[in-house]
Ligand binder design. Structure first.
Ligand SMILES: NC(=O)C1=CN([C@@H]2O[C@H](COP(=O)(O)OP(=O)(O)OC[C@H]3O[C@@H](n4cnc5c(N)ncnc54)[C@H](O)[C@@H]3O)[C@@H](O)[C@H]2O)C=CC1
Ligand SMILES: O=C([O-])CC(=O)C(=O)O
Length: 367
């Protein structure tokens, strides 16, 4: 008879693992495809990190991103309770997921009257609630609907779990993050180091495309992405790619365009049925994992994120690489020396990013 596929000894730290069982020696080759370039989860597994009981809430859990994201989180050993909230269809998603034999307990909450219970005690709240783009739309075109959704959810967070880290996926991220921050400020519950716009998909895409173009192993590539999360505000720092990759000016411009347009390419390929969901779930699960590793005290956990920051004078909110830790963002990495092309990219994004930020701040503060 075949041996059982999984035993108590073969519990993995997270979904992405490919990693060896906790308690066994990990090797680079066996490392997680998501995190191995950073080696952070591998190290956590090696050190048999003391794992605290953590509650994670997903708001918009029945959607295109919410469902695969919840599956990935259900497989994350650092999460003891996964609270799934949506305005509809979430009970079935939770019932389905609850049959996966991992130790994460899944609970479902439907509609505004159950939102408070979903949030109470959460260490991390991930928000993929809201409408996605259709071909021909910009992310800004989602503002009218999604701004109100994010505002309402953040008002509830301010009351029910003001200490939680918040990962905002809902577009337009350039505006929804300022909306979240302003709502929390008004409620006296703002922790600037804990409000993070999820731009991990831009990093994931950059790593993939740069690896493919240079015949590199994807899991060894790391490209920081700064600015924001829309069009020309997405600025991959190809000059800072690790390992070092030489680009001609023409190739750098083409690669930058490809990364900036990647979301639109998926929207067009899906032809009216939505935008990136699976790669976004993967990216958000990586970000959640990094946040939780940081909360648990693991060292050297770095991610790019869009947040209120002083890193780039002239931009109140900006995406850049940060060190994560027990307090959320522990430290901002100063911007490295940029190539001439990247400096031009910074100038080019100024008008759009400033307008996006202003729209968010104004929306949150109108009566
Ligand atoms: N940050 C990023 O890199 C990315 C962001 N996105 C954005 O993520 C958002 C979600 O995308 P999908 O999951 O594809 O959309 P979807 O339409 O498949 O799912 C959205 C879910 O949100 C729920 N929802 C709506 N109003 C809600 C409320 N008030 N409270 C709780 N849940 C609510 C809906 O019932 C639905 O289940 C979109 O705004 C999209 O543009 C998508 C891809 C990448
Ligand atoms: O393009 C969209 O609308 C969804 C998104 O933000 C992305 O895929 O980067």
């Amino acid at each position: 008879m075949a041996a059982p596929r999984c035993s108590a000894k073969v519990q993995r730290l997270s979904t992405f693992s490919g990693m060896k069982a906790i308690g066994q020696q990990s090797s680079m080759r066996a490392a997680s495809p998501i995190t191995s370039s950073r080696q952070q989860v591998v190290r956590a597994a090696r050190s048999q990190l003391a794992i605290e009981a953590r509650k994670v809430a997903v708001l918009g859990a029945a959607g295109g991103i919410g469902q695969p994201l919840s599956l990935l989180l259900k497989m994350n050993r650092m999460i003891s309770q996964l609270a799934l909230y949506d305005i509809a269809n979430v009970a079935g998603v939770a019932a389905d997921l609850s049959h996966c034999n991992t130790n994460t307990k899944v609970t479902a909450y439907t509609g505004p009257e159950e939102l408070a219970e979903a949030l109470k005690g959460a260490d991390l709240v991930v928000i993929p609630a809201g409408v996605p783009r259709k071909p021909g739309m910009t992310r800004d075109d989602l503002f009218n609907i999604n701004a109100g959704i994010v505002k309402g959810l953040c008002e509830a967070i301010a009351v029910n779990c003001p200490d939680a880290v918040i990962n905002i996926i809902s577009n337009p991220v350039n505006s929804t993050v300022p909306i979240c921050a302003e709502v929390l400020k008004k409620a006296g519950a703002y922790k600037p180091r804990k409000v993070m716009g999820v731009t991990t998909l831009d990093v994931v895409r950059s790593n993939t495309f740069v690896a493919e173009a240079n015949q590199l192993d994807t899991k060894e590539v790391d490209v920081p992405v700064i600015g924001g999360h829309a069009g020309e505000t997405i600025l991959p720092l190809l000059s800072q790619a690790k390992p070092k990759v030489e680009f001609t000016a023409e190739d750098a411009a083409a690669m930058t365009k490809k990364i900036q347009n990647a979301g639109t390419d998926v929207v067009n390929a899906k032809a009216g049925t939505g935008s990136a969901t699976l790669s976004m779930a993967y990216a958000a699960a990586r970000m959640a994992e990094s946040v939780l590793l940081g909360l648990n005290g693991e060292k050297d956990i770095y991610e790019c994120t869009y947040t209120e920051s002083d890193v780039m004078p002239g931009f109140q909110y900006f995406a850049s690489k940060v060190l994560l830790g027990p307090g959320g963002i522990e430290k901002f990495q100063p911007l490295p020396e940029l190539s001439e092309f990247e400096q031009q990219g910074l100038v080019a994004m100024k008008e759009l990013l400033t307008a996006n930020i202003q729209a968010g701040v104004e929306f949150a503060n109108k009566a």
